[in-house]
Ligand binder design. Structure first.
Ligand SMILES: Nc1ncnc2c1ncn2[C@@H]1O[C@H](COP(=O)(O)OP(=O)(O)OP(=O)(O)O)[C@@H](O)[C@H]1O
Ligand SMILES: [Mg+2]
Length: 358
């Protein structure tokens, strides 16, 4: 039996759609004697950072590069990070620089995922020291937009040292490819109208595409094309997946509930907003005593949690990073208000009934 080629909870898709330019940039850094031993992959949750990092790991291994893929928590000290990079425990940045400078081993790539969790001093050391290895050692840092900010704070010239790749949702053609290529290869091609609907519904967000793919697949017989009736049968499971996904995101936003709602209403009025408009919305939801630093922290946290994300190519224009999360926040709040109103009028009616006649 052919296994389901889609899985929204595994960061290793059978087919990586789009990302052609990013792959070229990353493949360049694997060339011997490359001039950019450091690369950064960053973006909101779910846009496919880990999937691309895992692709790089495989591509590097196929090129004879010794590759290590680790989460940041495995590289939390200088000793751990240096041992992963060059099999040698260094206690200080100076020792690391000296060891990298004389490294004559095989080409090696260290990929660090969730790198926004690295201590900034370790990230700074890795970036600075790797440059001294003349192409033998490469480091790829993968993380949320917070990583971008952290590296910028460490060294704003970093961006000239290697590719910095922001990952946006997939464009419609790549989103269609993410579904059609694996489905067809596994013997259940997707009918054009279904593909169009699902691509539009997912808005290029890879986890939603995978959720649709997995459920369309489940609703179709082996060897048959995926048709509109399968889409209708799959929809409740996809909606439920999305509901749970939003619930997790909302749980992360609880400390900023009022600001999240203000931002959600802002994005109901406009598909894109500038930083000032977003800051104003966040401020409206913060307590009156909140400082400018609190506001800046909230803006950063919102961006890291995927509430909004800069438009491709834009300077001061942001759009919601997770499709329909804003709608879900608004609808959730409005439903809660309705429930509260209904509860109050039930209580008022009940208290009238029990009030004894004067
Ligand atoms: N280019 C792609 N084509 C098809 N599917 C993809 C692509 N990129 C990611 N996916 C799928 O989307 C889902 C999310 O991807 P992934 O886990 O890599 O995102 P992420 O950015 O690392 O998220 P997080 O920030 O939560 O770690 C996974 O199911 C993955 O298989
Ligand atoms: Mg990831």
């Amino acid at each position: 039996m052919t296994t389901n080629p889609f899985n929204p909870s595994a960061a290793n898709p059978r087919h990586i759609a789009g990302r052609g330019a990013e792959k070229v940039a990353l493949a360049d850094m694997l060339d011997a004697g490359n001039q950019s031993p450091v690369a950064v992959i960053f973006g909101p949750r779910g846009n496919g950072k880990t999937a691309l990092a895992r692709w790089l790991e495989r591509a590097a291994a196929a090129n004879g590069v010794e590759t290590r893929y680790r989460y940041a928590r495995a590289c939390g000290t200088m000793e751990n990070a240096s041992a992963l990079l060059l099999d040698q425990e260094c206690a200080t940045h100076r020792e690391l620089e000296a060891a990298v400078g004389v490294y004559r081993g095989p080409p090696r790539l260290l990929v660090i995922d969730e790198a926004q969790g690295l201590p900034p001093s370790i990230a700074a050391s890795l970036v600075a020291a790797t440059e001294l290895s003349q192409g033998a050692l490469s480091v790829v840092l993968v993380g949320t937009p917070h990583l971008h900010q952290m590296l910028h704070d460490i060294d704003s010239s970093l961006w000239a040292k290697g590719p910095a790749l922001p990952l946006h949702p997939l464009d419609p053609a790549s989103a269609a490819d993410a579904l059609q290529t694996p489905a067809t290869a596994a013997g259940r091609p997707i009918a054009d109208d279904v593909l169009d609907n699902v691509v539009e519904d997912s808005q290029g967000y890879p986890p939603f595409l995978q959720a649709w793919g997995a459920n369309l697949w489940r609703q179709t017989e082996a060897g048959a094309p995926i048709e509109a009736d399968a889409m209708e049968r799959a929809r409740p499971a996809v909606d439920y997946y999305r509901f749970s996904f939003y619930e997790h995101r909302k749980a992360e936003l609880v400390p900023y509930a009022s600001s999240a709602l203000e931002v959600a209403y802002l994005f109901a009025e406009t598909p894109v907003a500038n930083e000032t408009a977003i800051l104003n919305a966040i401020r409206r939801g913060l307590p009156a005593r909140a400082s400018t630093a609190d506001l800046a922290d909230a803006f950063r946290d919102f961006r890291d949690l995927g509430v909004f994300w800069r438009e491709p190519g834009a300077v001061d224009s942001y759009r919601p990073a997770i499709p329909s999360l804003m709608t879900s926040i608004r609808e959730g709040q409005e439903a809660a208000i309705q429930r509260r109103k209904a509860r109050r009028s039930r209580q008022a009616a009940a208290s009238k009934r029990v009030t004894p006649p004067m």
